[in-house]
Design a protein around this ligand. Structure first.
Ligand code: ATP
Length: 323
């Protein structure tokens, strides 16, 4: 193998740059030419790439986002789109591609792999909803951003006896919300896996005051049926009866934007370097992630067909610790 490509796809995640840097520098060390593809699968279909050297990936580790740019590509979901990508890579002599991305991106890399093209994935999404890595790239930094917000809100909430709602990312997976609630000491949490009614939330918050707490914070995953918009509407409509108002802070894209912390820089470095070794050993069609402290490659067909579960033991204790 002589020439490979690397791309970032889907939502950007802090730590992607560390993974790119590791792929490029370890790849060059192993005698490979590493091409950086711009804007994810869109760039792959357009042949939009350039050769990267060691210096071009210098000074990027501490930056959030991805220096290669990312994209959500509809065309790549079609077989003809993927055929075009393969054709472009074959014309340029690119023999394998490393895809840094989340669930959707790895469904795409699996589809590409099934068409016979050598692919390796690197587990990267702030949602942590990807099977094949206990924790994915970007999660730790995103959680720390959310925590900082909670800590700040707690100060003002305690001073004014206010109830606050913090909405964090997570369309189908409540991992970020659960961890933020646990580490931020929230009084309640709402996640798609465990829906709870607005009235039940109101009574949990009221209970917190009755137990002598000076603040009440509820963390909500954006994908919950009772997300920030729904809860605010309910609290507004029934304000008199509930007895207090709810103020909301929706984190949204702020969460993606942090500079990667130590954990994501190391994880990106570790997964990027390991991807090159798996590639040289011909372990194509796999996702590189970390399970039980070990860097492992899990077959992509297992990755895309297995749903990652929330840690049950943390779910259980989250309720007890909020009291
Ligand atoms: P995040 O978890 O941060 O949102 P993601 O990788 O899950 O990241 P998606 O938008 O779901 O982000 O997917 C990224 C891209 O992967 C899509 O825009 C599309 O190009 C490709 N993709 C997703 N699903 C498929 C599929 N079934 N077949 C082929 N390609 C796909």
């Amino acid at each position: 193998m002589k020439r490979i490509a690397v791309l970032t796809s889907g939502g950007d995640a802090p730590g992607m740059n560390a993974a790119i840097r590791a792929v490029v520098r370890t790849g060059i060390e192993e005698g490979l030419e590493v091409y950086g593809v711009r804007h994810g699968y869109d760039g792959l279909m357009a042949g939009d790439w350039s050769l990267l050297d060691r210096r071009q990936v210098g000074g990027i580790m501490q930056r959030g986002g991805t220096i290669l740019g990312s994209a959500r590509s509809l065309e790549f979901k079609t077989e003809s789109g993927r055929q075009l990508a393969i054709q472009k890579m074959e014309q340029a002599g690119i023999e394998a591609v490393i895809v840094i991305g989340g669930n959707g991106s790895q469904t795409g890399s699996h589809a590409l792999s099934q068409m016979g093209f050598p692919v390796l994935g690197i587990a990267s999404t702030i949602d942590n909803d990807l099977y094949g890595s206990d924790i994915t790239l970007g999660v730790d930094t995103a959680l720390n951003v959310a925590l900082e917000t909670i800590d700040r809100l707690r100060n003002t909430a305690a001073s004014h006896q206010r109830a606050f709602l913090v909405e964090v990312m997570g369309r189908k997976c409540g991992y970020l919300a659960l961890m933020t609630a646990l580490a931020g000491g929230a009084e309640a949490f709402v996640i798609p896996e465990l829906e709870i009614s607005p009235e039940a939330i109101a009574s949990e918050l009221a209970d917190a005051y009755n137990r002598g707490k000076s603040h009440a914070i509820v963390v909500v995953a954006e994908g919950s049926r009772n997300n920030a918009t729904a809860l605010l509407e309910h609290f507004q409509q029934h304000h008199e009866r509930i007895g207090f108002k709810l103020r909301a802070s929706i984190l949204g894209y702020v969460q993606r934007g942090g500079n990667p912390g130590l954990f994501d820089r190391i994880l990106g470095t570790e997964l990027g370097a390991a991807a090159i070794q798996f590639l040289l050993n011909g372990r194509f069609g796999s996702l590189v992630g970390r399970i039980g402290g070990e860097v492992v490659a899990t077959p992509l067909d297992v990755v895309v067909s297995t749903r990652k579960k929330l840690p049950e033991h943390l779910l259980k204790i989250a309720k007890i610790l909020a009291r």
